[in-house]
Design a protein around this ligand. Structure first.
Ligand SMILES: [Zn+2]
Length: 382
């Protein structure tokens, strides 16, 4: 057990901060030179770690650099949204290999049908990338927040899901926003920051907090009240954040302001893009978008006041669309709705892991398992 723990320390240091020499591993792991030497030999024999050239050292012999071997195995990350699914294949250091996107045929209540769809897409992706199934270390799945409600959470647990997929590899399941937070804190705009909030704006609104690399969902930020007695929300409450800044809420408000019928469901991404483009020559669109930026900034300000993060990262497909055009305005509103002594220590940034952040985060669930265990996640538990 102790050996595994120490291997976990070495692998984590090399994964997040490598390549580095055996000497540099000392202060990062708290292990002595003899232990490091012995553990590294074992990790090289199991092919998780490889040599990565040499660097000159002050006096003495050049030092050999060590790194995680990207070819040890592959990772699959699956991002399930309301009506589509995307599979991504990565090497162990999260370099993308190939991806595939499809419309979903099964609904979220048909867990068996959906599990079979996930497996068939994964096998198609492996085929096209010429990767063998036994070379896959695990599959991580990101679920939309509607599916992680308590009524469905048990059916979507990894233990229930794995037998339904028919796969021999470990299966991990995480909430979409948590996976985005994992991707941003490990590989994106949150890297190196101690306390980060990742805000996902899509059809709805959700947030997760990362403290010292540990991800926790902020339960129902999307359903905290932004406007007392305001718009009815699908959750049964009124005036929720989601009813103003989630894309369904934005489109509904726009249709109401123009005296139109409620918008039809679907194609929300295209509808939001069209709305944002029309602000230059449509006054109702310009007013609606200005109000939306205001609601979003005020809601982010509330999050910052409660959790005092060093960074807030705006992500999700709609968050990225809004943030790319209006980040300066969003920041101004946040500054005006957060106590100055709190705002001074934070910043609001656009996600750096890109629109595939949820897929990267899902694939990273297997990496977390490997680093936590200090060994191949497919092996028997010790
Ligand atoms: Zn609500």
């Amino acid at each position: 057990m102790l050996r595994r723990h120490n291997e976990s320390l070495i692998l984590s240091a090399l994964y997040h901060d490598g390549p580095m020499s055996r000497v540099e591993l000392g202060p990062l792991t708290g292990l002595g030179p003899a232990a490091i030497s012995q553990l590294v030999s074992g990790l090289r024999r199991s092919r998780l770690v490889r040599e990565a050239g040499q660097v000159a050292s002050s006096g003495g012999r050049p030092r050999v650099l060590l790194e995680i071997d990207p070819d040890f195995g592959y990772l699959a990350g699956v991002d399930l949204t309301g009506d589509s699914v995307a599979w991504g294949l990565f090497d162990l250091t999260m370099r993308p290999v190939d991806m595939l996107r499809r419309k979903l045929r099964s609904g979220f209540t048909d867990v068996g049908g959906l599990a079979r769809e996930l497996t068939s897409g994964l096998r198609e992706l492996l085929n096209s990338a010429d990767v063998r199934e036994p070379d896959l270390l695990g599959m991580g799945i990101g679920l939309p927040k509607t599916v992680t409600a308590p009524s469905l959470a048990e059916e979507w647990s990894p233990d229930r899901l794995k037998p339904l997929t028919g796969l021999e590899i470990p299966v991990f399941v995480g909430r979409g926003v948590n996976n985005q937070a994992l991707a941003e804190s490990r590989f994106g705009a949150g890297r190196g920051f101690e306390r980060v909030i990742v805000v996902e704006i899509g059809a709805g609104a959700d947030a997760a907090l990362v403290v010292d690399g540990h991800v926790e969902r902020i339960c129902e930020w999307g359903h905290t009240t932004l406007d007392f007695g305001g718009r009815p929300c699908h959750c049964g409450s009124r005036g929720c954040v989601e009813a103003y800044v989630g894309v369904r809420g934005i489109l509904q408000r726009y249709h109401e302001s123009c005296g139109l019928q409620p918008p039809s469901r679907g194609k929300e991404s295209a509808k939001l893009s069209a709305l944002l483009r029309s602000t230059a020559n449509s006054r109702p669109a310009a007013v609606l978008v200005r109000e939306t930026v205001g609601y979003l900034g005020a809601a982010l300000g509330n999050l910052i006041s409660v959790f005092t993060p060093s960074k807030v990262i705006l992500t999700g497909w709609a968050g990225l669309l809004l943030g790319k055009r209006f980040m300066t305005d969003i920041r101004k509103v946040v500054a005006g709705h957060t106590p100055q002594h709190v705002y001074r220590h934070t910043s609001v940034e656009l996600g750096g892991a890109g629109p595939r952040a949820a897929m990267i985060g899902a694939a990273a669930l297997t990496v977390e398992a490997l680093l936590g265990r200090g060994a191949d996640p497919r092996g028997e538990a010790e």
